[in-house]
Ligand binder design. Structure first.
Ligand code: IPM
Ligand code: MN
Length: 354
């Protein structure tokens, strides 16, 4: 029997809707080829709805999200809304409430794509960051006192439980084993300064690795050194696991080494629940409606979604199509620099997979 997937789409703000259309185009094309079906339901949450109604993410929508197989997000962020409101209210809230405790961010340089790293090519830049997605300074612990006075004091505490750390590590070790590339998992931390938080991570990392994954090589890097090696010797990396804040930072660096925000995709994953897939780049308001934005990050998010849903052949096919198009068609990845419009790029991918 062919599989049927119920997908919630949240096109969101700015160029989000334009790139989501292209991701859906590709999704529908592979669905017919690989004999599964997708049923999409669109949600209009985002900046415009907030400005019109004051609603950010209604509880009822969040409850509905739980009924889907996955969520496909375009972009969140509106120039007329104060930064933080939508990000916290939609993106972070969904991650937390649906307990999407992994943020999976591949850093892969596709053929034909320019990288700012000198003398590096696709053979050097191909690793995956497993970012823990629920804890750390994102947990919201802290506060402020004497606000607005010269004595204002602000505290924001990183919080990790052993449970959170263990489940993230487990995912990372399993992922490394399944990927079976260099069988190396690197922990990115800061054990020399964050002697509570990353001490917990480091002990848990070695305990689990030794007991359950003896065939996986374990490396450790401080976060500052990680940044250096990501630029200097990216080929050292296979899978990197890290906390939420460091993961946020190093994946932007990773994204720029793989050609920028036009191509970088991520998945907010609850391995036991509903996951949400999104291009890492923002809503790029200045390009809205011009048909110049690169949809490949959104296409790659849909590809990751299919992979996680178990449609691995379809996912591989999309990746091959993206690689073919970056290698042989596109002039560049930046908005307006592709040599094709947003929808033409979607067509190129769809034609290649059909
Ligand atoms: C990301 C973003 C978010 C984060 C922001 C928008 C809250 O930077 O997905 O990387 O910090 O996680
Ligand atoms: Mn970020």
């Amino acid at each position: 029997m062919s599989k049927h997937y119920k997908i919630a789409t949240v096109p969101g703000d700015g160029t989000g809707p334009e790139v989501t259309v292209e991701a859906v185009k590709v999704l529908n094309t592979v669905a017919s080829k690989y004999n599964f079906s997708v049923e999409l339901q669109d949600y209009d949450i985002g900046g415009d709805r907030y400005l019109e109604t004051g609603e950010i993410l209604p509880d009822s929508v969040l409850e509905e999200f739980r009924q889907f197989d996955a969520i496909l997000l375009g972009a969140i962020g509106h120039p007329d809304v104060k930064p933080g409101i939508l990000e916290k209210g939609i993106l972070l809230r969904t991650r937390f409430e649906l307990d999407q405790y992994i943020n999976l961010r591949p850093v892969k340089l596709f053929p034909g794509v320019e990288t700012p790293l000198k003398d590096k090519g696709p053979e050097h830049i191909d690793y995956v960051v497993v970012r823990e997605n629920t804890g750390d300074v994102y947990a919201g612990a802290g506060g402020v006192t004497m606000k607005g006075t010269p004595h204002e004091a602000a505290v924001q505490t990183g919080v990790y439980t052993r449970h959170q750390v263990d489940r993230a590590l487990k995912y990372a070790f399993e992922y490394t084993r399944k990927r079976n590339k260099r069988n190396t998992l690197a922990l990115c931390g800061k054990t020399n300064v964050m002697t509570y938080l990353y001490d917990l991570w480091e002990r848990a990392f070695h305990e689990m690795g030794e007991a359950e994954y003896p065939e996986i090589r374990r490396d450790y890097y401080h976060v500052d050194a990680t940044c250096m090696w990501m630029v200097k010797n990216p080929e050292w990396f296979d899978v990197i696991v890290t906390g939420n804040m460091f993961g946020d930072i190093i994946t932007d660096l990773g994204a720029v080494t793989q050609g920028g925000m036009g191509i970088a995709a991520g998945g907010n994953i609850n391995p036991e629940g509903v996951s949400m897939f999104e291009p890492i780049g923002g809503s790029a308001p200045k390009y809205t409606g011009q048909g110049v934005i690169n949809p490949l990050a959104a296409v790659c998010s849909a590809q990751m979604m299919l992979d996680i849903l178990g449609e691995t052949e379809a996912a591989k096919d999309i990746e091959a199509a993206v690689m073919d198009v970056t290698a042989n068609k596109l002039k560049g990845l930046g908005a307006g620099k592709m040599g094709y419009s947003t929808s033409e790029v979607g067509d190129l991918i769809a034609d290649r997979v059909s």
